[in-house]
Design a protein around this ligand. Sequence first.
Ligand SMILES: Nc1nc2c(ncn2[C@@H]2O[C@H](COP(=O)(O)OP(=O)(O)OP(=O)(O)O)[C@@H](O)[C@H]2O)c(=O)[nH]1
Ligand SMILES: [Mg+2]
Length: 452
Amino acid sequence: MSSDTLGTRNGGVDWTPVPQTALVIHPAKAGAHDNASWRLRTPQMRLEEAVGLAEALDLEIRDAVVAPLRQLTPATLFGKGKVEEMHAHVQELGVNVVVIDDALTPVQQRNLEKAWEAKVLDRTGMILEIFARRARTREGRLQVELARLAYERSRLVRTWTHLERQRGGFGVMGGPGETQIETDRRLLADKIGRLKKELEEVRRTRTLQRDARKRAPYPTVALVGYTNAGKSTLFNRLTQAEVLAQDLLFATLDPTLRTVALPGGRPAILSDTVGFISDLPHELVEAFRATLEEVQEADVVLHVRDVSSEETEAQAHDVREVLKQLHTGEHGQVLIEVWNKIDLLTPDDREAWEARARRLESSPEHKAVAVSAVTGEGCDHLLAILAQLVDDEAAIQADLDAADGAALAWLYRHGRVVSREERPDGGMHLEVRLDPQALGRFERLYPNARVG
Ligand SMILES: Nc1nc2c(ncn2[C@@H]2O[C@H](COP(=O)(O)OP(=O)(O)OP(=O)(O)O)[C@@H](O)[C@H]2O)c(=O)[nH]1
Ligand SMILES: [Mg+2]
């Protein structure tokens, strides 16, 4: 069946599920990537991740193969022999989609589709499509739409048109009916401009909300981590919420916030965020930068890791790279690694991870806790650590002179300003929560401020 016959458009949406069968190919480039993220993963691991992404699109995988690439062929990525071999395989399997776990140029994509008589989807297209289906909030949708348009502008060719109708996503490549309009460069630019404005508006509202929350005397804790690490499961466990947690790549897209009661009764605000993945398309990194501000603003960042995965080191490496870009851990922000899924480990491995976590416990820099979000093991301990971090903070009253703008800015950066009042003389009375080290630093830096 050709995909042109899919998604009937005669007056309504055709909801009959159409089986999309796929062959997944990971092109293994010899020596082309020698950064740590690539060194830590075998081509087989990469292939498995690509299969996971394809499954997240409900594709029925008929076969998945690693195709070694010794030499790049600009027109088709693979050499002539490989293209022919794969064509035979596509016919033999009878699949209508071929997933290439790499970024393809528009020309490569078109040529391969012709050669294989099948739809070809590259890694960027696949991730964009998943994000498109998952986005729920207005901001999330706008962000994905913007990323999609940026991707489309970079190729101005429409090849993937049928997923949207059956699945309810808006489709990476839009609908066939819009082809003419949307491929027009000028209209695309206009649309991007409009979307950006709309997005700015939505973000302004969110920033206001965040500022309001900042004034609330609640510390904030952000969950970050590789996709499928168990962030949402942990979020649900800690807050007794029911956020969608699934064995699915990118189950969560929009940040979710909820309060969690720490031992001792103090509340904190916990946020669940979009997962990371290696080689995230740059259009998406750009689009989601603002969402990740939740992480930048958090008092504590929990880096959730699936330590039962053989890729755990590679994944941790990728996540740390993004955290570095977000300047996580600076300005007194606490970073804790949560070693999740210990229930899946062999007793020996489990003991090793737990022992490592105990050794790191007292380290102010590299704290780690071993947990299972599913069985709940270790979760009380995690909560106790969070409570302790929060309890260490002292509530202080500070009186600043009108000229003390620097001290005011410092307090906003390093503490949590709970309330702020202007005095008749133009000075400022503040109630701030600060940890003891920060308080000491403040008193040294600004001896003129009156602190009580
Ligand atoms: N055995 C076991 N499975 C877990 C644990 N934590 C999470 N899982 C499973 O791992 C899968 C992914 O969990 P999620 O909580 O959706 O992962 P996530 O990090 O939120 O993933 P994204 O939202 O896709 O980034 C689900 O099938 C969970 O049931 C755990 O501690 N033990
Ligand atoms: Mg999630």
